[in-house]
Each structure stands twice: as structure tokens, then as C-alpha cells.
Write a new protein. Structure first.
Length: 135
């Protein structure tokens, strides 16, 4: 598979909100591979508090957000307020729901996520397709 290359401004960042270390590593590897970007351009948040801090610190540089459904509470869809926060703060880029639960992905799409990734193993490829189609 040939790598997709996204031409991004030097300070562009992708925020990944994922509580599972395995899937965070999958996201980092896939995004790096398919978007041909350095790990330093991937902002990793394994808690909602960290997601808020990273978003506020880098909001003008974030070009995409990958958002799991259940982060601080593994049995409860707890990221919905963050979709509103991102949008209320002016973020207009893609927000990709990466929840494994189809019903959670549907709710997140209804609440402002723009895309879904049905298989977390494919998050890099899905995000590359989204961003490359925006060019």
C-alpha cells in the first residue's frame, strides 16, 4: 500500500482522544504511516481532562480530531460534551468518532462528529482519506 501524503502546515496537529494504550499506539502508527507525519504532530489524550488541555493549548493548529466514545468511564458515552466544546470554540475540521460501539458512533455523528471509523485498526487510513479529500 502506497502511503498517502498530506501536505499540512508545519504546525498542524491531530488530536487523538483514546483511553486504551493499545489503540493509542495503533492510532499513532497509522496516522504517522498514512499521513507521513511525525509523532510530535499527534497530540495524545488518554483522559478527557488531558484532551481539554491539549485542545486549548493547540486549537489553532489542530486540523482533525479522533474521538473515542468512552474515555473516562468505560461503560458510559462521556465524550459528547467535548464535541460541543470543540465546535463552540470554533473548530471546523473533521471530528472522527472511533468508538467500537455502532450505537455510540451514531449518537456521536448526530451530535457533531463528521465521520466515523468503524475499525480502530484503520484510523490512520480513514483519517488520511478524509484529510486528503479536503485538499
Amino acid at each position: 500500500i502506497k502511503n498517502l501524503v498530506l501536505i499540512m502546515k508545519n504546525n498542524a496537529r491531530i488530536l487523538v482522544v483514546e483511553d486504551n494504550p493499545f489503540y493509542m499506539n495503533v492510532a499513532r502508527f497509522g496516522i504517522g504511516k498514512f499521513l507521513n507525519i511525525k509523532d510530535s504532530h499527534i497530540l495524545e489524550a488518554m483522559t478527557l481532562a488531558r484532551a481539554e488541555v491539549l485542545f486549548n493549548a493547540h486549537k489553532t493548529d489542530i486540523v482533525a480530531i479522533c474521538l473515542d466514545g468512552c474515555v473516562d468511564n468505560k461503560d458510559n458515552l462521556d465524550t459528547l460534551p467535548f464535541i460541543s466544546l470543540f465546535r463552540d470554540e470554533g473548530f471546523q475540521g473533521p471530528i472522527v468518532t472511533t468508538s467500537r460501539a455502532i450505537d455510540y458512533r451514531e449518537i456521536m455523528l448526530e451530535c457533531g462528529c463528521t465521520h466515523e471509523c468503524r475499525e480502530k485498526m484503520n484510523v490512520g487510513r480513514v483519517l488520511a482519506d478524509i484529510l486528503n479529500n479536503q485538499r
